[in-house]
Write a protein that binds this ligand. Sequence first.
Ligand SMILES: C[S@@+](CC[C@H](N)C(=O)[O-])C[C@H]1O[C@@H](n2cnc3c(N)ncnc32)[C@H](O)[C@@H]1O
Length: 215
Amino acid sequence: MSDEERQHVLTAQEFYLAKEKAFLQRATETAFTAREVEFIAKTLSAAKGQPILDIGCGLGRLTIPLLKMGYNMYGIDVAKNLIARAKREAPQFQERFLAANLFQLPFRGGYFAAATMMWHVISEVSHNLDAVFSQLRLMMKSGGILIFDLPDTSSDQTRIKYQGQPGQGNYAVFLAKIPAMSSLKKALDKAGFKILHVQQFLWGIHKFVIVCKKM
Ligand SMILES: C[S@@+](CC[C@H](N)C(=O)[O-])C[C@H]1O[C@@H](n2cnc3c(N)ncnc32)[C@H](O)[C@@H]1O
């Protein structure tokens, strides 16, 4: 692991350890989980039953409902405390959650028929977009669908939600790291992913949801 990567892992672990409570609250306040779950379930219906990787799954906000619907999910996250919470929340799915870094996954290549990476995980790993998508390329089967989101930085609603109210701001740190759509497109193309569609979500934090296919 490079020094930069070690620093990234420590930053994410420290951040989510320190902010676990606030993150839990934010997850229930701002993320419109049921609609996101419905969108993912519909988009990945052809992969139902086959292994699906939820990268940066956090508390299992999306992983757990999808598991309950019969999707064959595996949730990985670098924040050990969030993985522990997900396991406590859904003990029947304990073995589906793993504390692991996206860049060092303990799965064989081509194991996953699909992958999800939701709620600005991309802004937390944007220091190396090429490595993100080449790792996903390695992990996924050909023809596999990848769904991830990108906060819409042109929306005032997004800015307010990320930055918080004066005196309470704590999300600006992520806003600064949201990659431009053009850099994303370039990195996806380089790794052999084709964008199928980009959909604007106007609920929760205003964002774009990108659905692509490993060619
Ligand atoms: C805002 S949370 C999103 C959680 C979840 N996807 C959801 O929709 O509720 C972003 C997550 O990305 C995780 N993360 C950041 N860098 C990571 C990495 N290199 N490998 C795995 N997870 C990572 C963080 O620990 C955090 O739980």
